[in-house]
Design a protein around this ligand. Structure first.
Ligand code: PEP
Ligand code: MG
Length: 876
């Protein structure tokens, strides 16, 4: 085997090498091959990053030497030299993972500057201001990113200098001021680090590459990966690229561009730029950028070339592109391109348009929308009636659509804490930065004073489907004092604010929201998804209202109706309690008699809502103590109502106490102890089906599901009760109706003995909530308390209750499915745990050949799309 290659020049790669070169690196290579003007450079691979970690966070000599080798080529190609006094080469060092993770990892610019090269730069460009400005930026970035010295310290020095010189903007400082700043920055470095700022460009480079590798595991990157299902083992690549400068004067500039509008999907190039600026100025939103149309007036030939390249890239990648560009003294460069992040509305419109423009097939188009994004389409907007009579207090940019209302939080940390306590908050910031990610996730919406449509807040919020208004310059926000001032009024953390991410309006009061309507492109797109997918999508619904909602969202049946949810209704909880505290079967039957008609009506409502679609109804599942009161006053009251003594009731409740209720007297175990409960529920299920069949003509085949089975004989015991009851009703009514009796597979023993279980079960539904709980051996209700420690220590990457653990729990599901099919050919298999609405888990269910997934109504569209994507990726 030859030596492994860890570093690729841009002209040695191509788009298909994304796993190795990262998205950015692969696209830089592809652009280079397409002849687009890209500053030259090379990519250190993701494998090098992984090796860095394998070697105990050390970069091997082998990789260092390969970097130096490629550096030499770069020097030859550019005619410049690292540390050269004739023509110094400066580079940028940027992260670039397989999936784009905007702003989550680190970047270092202007690398290669030191006391000598800065002088050469100053002379060569005849622009000492530019040279020293670049140098002070580099010292700050290197110190912050590579050495971990707080950025704030440098900003304070900069602010002091501006104050001293009466400068409003950074650009008002002259070269002498900047030279002095460089001196102060270096002094700060020496104080903090105990040694001099490194002057040797090669060691600057290696230290920076290591810092980018390390940034793969910074806390915000870990959070972002968990949110976006990006595995930690992918690692990041590092791109080292010749610097080009957008801050070299008035014929230089820098900007970002989308080949279509990322907010609406409109087929129109959408770009913003700033003259005499560096990329970070645009992204950080410190100055407000110009629309690209202005470039046509200022530099028409550059504008024309720019538009041409944007179109070339979109046609080449056959998708909307998000690009960064720089103009250096009248010459245009593209620094990166990638498939652009977009709102859900835009994603649907772009996917549909690209098919109509014959750029994509329908199969390709369904891959262009993130299933999780559909969520934001289904979320509320402001109540129009209230909106009509409300006046905005300010207006910003409509950065990410939707509506949000909550009390103001001025820091991300506070937003997170208040949200954890159940408060609805809107995060209000001067501008956001990647450290704010957790607060941004927790907030209902995000409002920033600074920044454009492509600023950090806007890009991240769009990705998450969170409503965002950016660049609302009218607001005077004091983050320290925690006040927001506008129109002569001061708002504090106790005041409500409402923001409309579709119009950019900000309201100084609480405005109610209404459910969204779904329109045109959604229908067309989802129809394609439905044509493509083979996996069915059902819903978990316990009420006729939820069932109707789910049908509107495209549910093809009910996969799980949790009958106990109906027991909590005010008009029946008494009868349920009476049943629980019964001393003998007779008393219990009397109480069950009271519940029967109500339960029957519930099922009638659900069958009617589902019309001809199949319904799986589960027998009573939770531990009984859940239905009983626990504090003394409530027990007293209940005793009175039940006409028994307090002591009597208290001792019954005490006797129901369990140390591990989730592993206690619940599920089919209840039916084993009290068969009359299963009898009553079966009666309600069958009688309701008969009624709906007679009255509406729907041919219902009730699917009666027995929960928490772990042993064939216990299943058979309960099934016999169900069959006996159902058959006697049908015989009595002389109705010919099919029904099925099946089970949940949610106890590991049931999965292991699924071939046995399938002798009696006519269908399986995987209850992956309990199956996860019991496979891992930690409680689904308590794991949240310690899972964060597992994420930060990189033991788990995602919450196994949200995303199916395919290696462990998934292996049980797969095995049980195979065993079930071996015993009963064609046995119907579904999943009804929370994982049924998680895209990667849906893909797994498709791959192992389940018949359907079942999820909550609002996640039905997402599951339909995930199922179609699974089909395209892996035909079955
Ligand atoms: C499950 O355990 O996955 C399930 C669907 O049942 P429940 O959540 O009601 O326990
Ligand atoms: Mg369960």
């Amino acid at each position: 085997m030859g030596k492994k290659k860890y570093v690729y020049l841009f002209n040695e790669g191509e788009a298909s090498m994304k796993n190795l070169l990262g998205g950015k690196g692969a696209n830089l290579a592809e652009m280079t091959n397409l002849g687009i003007p890209v500053p030259k450079g090379f990519t250190v691979t993701t494998e090098a990053c992984n090796k860095y970690y394998e070697d105990g966070e050390k970069i091997s000599q082998e990789i260092i030497e390969e970097i130096y080798e490629k550096l030499e080529v770069l020097e030859k190609e550019t005619g410049k030299g690292f540390g050269s006094l004739d023509n110094p080469l400066l580079v940028s060092v940027r992260s670039g993972a397989r999936a784009s993770m905007p702003g989550m990892m680190d970047t270092i610019l202007n690398l290669g500057l030191n006391e000598n090269t800065v002088k050469v730069m100053a002379e060569k460009t005849n622009n000492p201001r530019f040279a020293y400005d670049s140098f002070r930026r580099f010292i700050q970035m290197f110190s912050d990113v590579v050495m971990g010295i707080e950025k704030r310290n440098f900003e304070d020095l900069l602010d002091k200098m501006k104050e001293k010189k009466g400068a409003k903007f950074d650009t008002d400082l002259n070269s002498e001021d900047l030279k002095e700043l460089v001196r102060q920055f270096k002094e700060l470095y020496r104080k903090e680090m105990g040694n001099e700022f490194p002057e040797d460009p090669k060691s600057q480079l290696i230290e920076s590459v290591k810092a980018v590798f390390r940034s793969w595991n910074n806390p915000r990157a870990i959070v972002y990966r968990r949110l976006n299902d990006i595995p930690g083992e992918w690692g990041t690549a590092v791109n080292v690229q010749e610097m080009v400068f957008g801050n070299k004067g008035n014929t230089s500039g820098t900007g970002v561009a989308f080949s279509r509008n990322p907010s609406t999907g409109e087929k129109k190039i959408f770009a913003e730029y700033l003259m005499n600026a560096q990329g970070e100025d645009v992204v950080a939103g410190i100055r407000t950028p110009e629309p690209i149309e202005k470039l046509n007036q200022d530099m028409p030939s550059i504008y024309e070339q720019f538009m041409g390249i944007v179109n070339t890239l979109e046609n080449h990648y056959r998708d909307m592109q998000d690009m960064e560009f720089t103009i250096e003294e009248g010459k245009l460069y593209f620094l990166q391109t990638r498939n652009g992040k977009r709102t859900a509305q835009a994603a649907l419109k772009i996917a549909v348009d690209l098919v109509e423009e014959k750029m994509l097939s329908k199969e390709e188009a369904v891959l262009k929308v993130e299933p999780k994004q559909l969520d934001s389409l289904l979320h509320p907007a402001f109540d129009e009636r209230v909106l009509k009579v409300s006046n905005p207090i300010a207006k910003g940019l409509p950065a990410s659509p939707g509506a949000a209302c909550g009390k103001i939080s001025f820091t991300a940390e506070e937003a997170k804490q208040r949200a954890e306590k159940g408060e609805k908050v809107v995060l209000v910031r001067l501008e956001t930065s990647p450290e704010d990610i957790e607060g941004m996730i927790a907030a209902e919406g995000i409002l920033t004073v600074r920044g454009g449509m492509t600023s950090h807040a806007a890009v991240v919020a769009r990705g998450m489907g969170t409503c965002c208004v950016a660049g609302c310059g009218e607001l005077r926000v004091n983050e320290e004092k925690k006040t927001l001032e506008v129109g002569g009024k001061v708002y504090t953390s106790e005041d409500y604010i409402s923001i409309d991410g579709s119009t950019g309006s900000v309201y100084g009061s609480s405005i109610g929201t209404v459910e969204p309507k779904i329109s045109g492109h959604f229908e067309i797109f989802m129809k394609w998804a439905d044509e493509i997918r083979s996996l069915k999508v059902r819903t978990n619904a316990d009420t006729p209202r939820d069932a109707k909602q789910a049908v509107e969202f495209g549910a093809e049946g009910i996969g799980l109706c949790r009958t106990e949810h109906m027991f909590f209704a005010e008009d029946r909880i008494m009868a349920v309690r009476e049943m629980i505290v019964s001393k003998n079967e007779e008393q219990r039957r009397k109480a069950l008699e009271k519940i029967l008609p109500m339960q029957r009506e519930d099922f009638v409502g659900i069958y009617e809502a589902m019309e001809f679609r199949p319904c799986t109804i589960r027998l009573l599942d939770p531990p009984l103590h859940e239905f009983l009161p626990h504090d003394e006053e409530d027990i007293k009251e209940l005793a009175k109502e039940l006409d028994i003594t307090f002591d009597d009731l208290k001792s019954t409740i005490d006797s129901l106490h369990e140390f591990n209720p989730m592993m206690g007297h619940r599920g089919c175990r209840l039916a084993v102890s009290y068969p009359e409960i299963a009898e009553m529920q079966t009666r309600a299920i069958i009688e309701a089906a008969c009624k709906v069949k007679e009255e509406k003509g729907y041919d219902i085949v009730p699917e009666i599901m027995i929960p928490l089975v772990g042993e064939l004989k216990e299943l058979k015991f309960v099934k016999d009760i169900v069959v006996k009851t159902a058959d006697s009703i049908l015989k009595e009514k002389n109705i010919d109706m099919k029904y099925m009796v099946g089970t949940m597979i949610e106890v590991p023993r049931a999965a292991v003995t699924a071939d046995e279980i399938a002798k009696e079960a006519e269908f399986f539904s995987f209850g992956t909530n309990d199956l996860t709980q019991m496979t891992f051996g930690f409680s689904r209700d308590d794991a949240g308390k310690f899972l964060n420690d597992y994420y930060s220590r990189k033991i788990y990457e995602s919450d196994p209750f949200a995303r199916l653990d395919q290696t462990g729990v998934g292996a049980l599901v797969k095995m049980a499915a195979e065993k079930g099919r071996a015993t009963r050919k064609g046995i119907k298999l579904g999943i009804c745990g929370e994982h049924g609405g998680d895209p990667s888990s849906v893909e797994f269910c498709h791959d192992i050949g389940l018949n359907y997934v079942s999820c909550s109504p609002f996640r039905v569209p997402l599951a339909r799309l995930a199922a179609a994507q699974a089909q395209v990726k892996n035909k079955r």
